[in-house]
Write a protein that binds this ligand. Structure first.
Ligand code: ATP
Ligand code: MG
Length: 377
């Protein structure tokens, strides 16, 4: 075991794991990485009672972010989970970011616990710096949203390029969340940008309230709601039809790169939502047609694009500190991603890169079938 990891087991990590944990086995599961010459460790999957994404930097244990359960029906799904007052927040569609302070510096982590150079360069500024100087024992959890990001570009009218919206403050080490009330106060005190919120509701009225909110969010093409208990420990998600269909459209634009489970789960979400709403024959036909178009139109376009000799995949446009952009690209390449760089230039001291993360399986399979390759089905 490396010296740093051994120190961690004697310190906070050891306390989190308890005395029965098999330190040798756990130590072997941690991945050792470096970020700008600094060694750190992260836990890419949930195993041995450790959450996915836990990261160790210096003496700091950055907690993983838990997987949040979903209900397929608002009634009785919500009242079955919550017994008391429910805090309702908007669920934003971007990527999960945890921001923590270690050895006096801020780092931003991806869901699986990599330090992301791009996100780190964004969060090394106020209000995050001031907040984590004041509360070095907390990890800020938020969603990075907006078009100019390297993972999940999605238009949000309220952000210009990129923005972070905080949805959790957790204690380093065991990851205990602060209550929503405390979080709202702290965020307000320190000007941390927050996810939009919709107040509170009692379990008996929650299904009706969530249905109204979902109608409105769906109209506006937004993702959904996140429901939270007063202690912040229990969370539940529910999403809009617009999101299910957008997920399908995206996945079928690169059909061989998404698992069948991803596709199936979105169709099922639509089925339960339509059934619960008791939609009329006309409404369900409209939903079914939209769903069919979300699946087939992008798939046809994918085949045509490959036929026309184009590369298919996710298109991104990022801009920022040149060193951060360089190390992000190096990190992507070392993770085995194939990037097709389309534009690369400097603008007012920032580096701007437009690239496509090539959807390799889809690209290769579509080429193969277009050449007359046979499919075993
Ligand atoms: P998993 O199933 O492991 O949670 P996922 O990334 O597919 O993975 P999502 O369906 O996106 O999960 O839902 C959970 C994610 O929603 C959180 O990890 C977080 O990044 C994001 N999120 C957006 N808004 C909020 C919010 N208000 N509260 C909590 N999480 C939010
Ligand atoms: Mg998400």
């Amino acid at each position: 075991m490396s010296h740093d990891l051994a120190t961690q087991f004697e310190g906070d990590l050891g306390a989190v794991l308890g005395s029965d944990a098999d330190h040798e086995t756990i130590a072997e599961t941690f991945q050792r990485r470096t970020f700008r010459g600094r060694e750190y460790f992260h836990f890419p999957d949930a195993r041995h009672g450790i959450d996915r994404g836990v990261a160790l930097v210096g003496e700091t244990v950055v907690p993983g972010f838990p997987s949040i359960p979903r209900t397929l029906v608002v009634d009785p799904g919500i009242a079955g989970v919550f017994e008391e007052t429910i805090y309702i927040e908007e669920k934003l569609n971007g990527y999960n970011v945890r921001i923590a302070r270690a050895d006096g510096e801020l780092f931003a982590f991806t869901r699986s616990g990599y330090i992301c150079p791009f996100t780190t360069s964004i969060v090394r500024a106020d209000p995050f710096e001031t907040f984590l100087t004041e509360f070095p024992d907390l990890t800020i959890c938020g969603e990075l949203i907006g078009m100019n990001n390297p993972y999940t570009p999605h238009e949000y009218e309220e952000v210009n390029g990129v923005g972070i919206r905080v949805f959790d403050l957790r204690k380093n080490g065991d990851g205990t969340p602060l209550s929503p009330e405390t979080r709202y106060e702290r965020c307000a005190d320190y000007d941390l940008p927050e996810v939009p919120r919709f107040g509170t509701v009692e379990p008996a009225e929650a299904a009706e309230r969530v249905t109204e909110l979902i109608d409105d969010l769906n109209e506006r093409g937004r993702e959904g709601v996140m429901l939270k208990s007063a202690d912040g420990e229990t969370q539940l998600k529910y999403t809009t039809s617009a999101t299910h269909q957008a997920d399908l459209a995206h996945a079928f634009s690169q059909p061989f790169d998404y698992g069948r489970e991803f596709l199936f789960s979105r169709v099922i979400r639509e089925a339960f939502q339509a059934a619960e709403r008791g939609e009329s024959a006309a409404e369900r036909r409209e939903r079914s047609q939209a769903l069919g178009e979300a699946i087939l139109l992008p798939a046809i376009e994918a085949v045509e694009s490959v036929e026309a000799g184009e590369r298919i995949g996710d298109n991104h446009e990022i801009r920022g500190d040149p060193t951060a952009i360089e190390s992000l690209i190096t990190q992507f390449l070392s993770q085995g991603l194939q990037l097709d760089i389309r534009e690369d230039y400097y603008d007012e001291g920032e580096r701007v890169v437009k690239f496509c993360k090539v959807a390799r399986s889809s690209q290769d399979k579509i080429e193969h079938y277009l050449d007359g390759g046979l499919i075993d089905q």
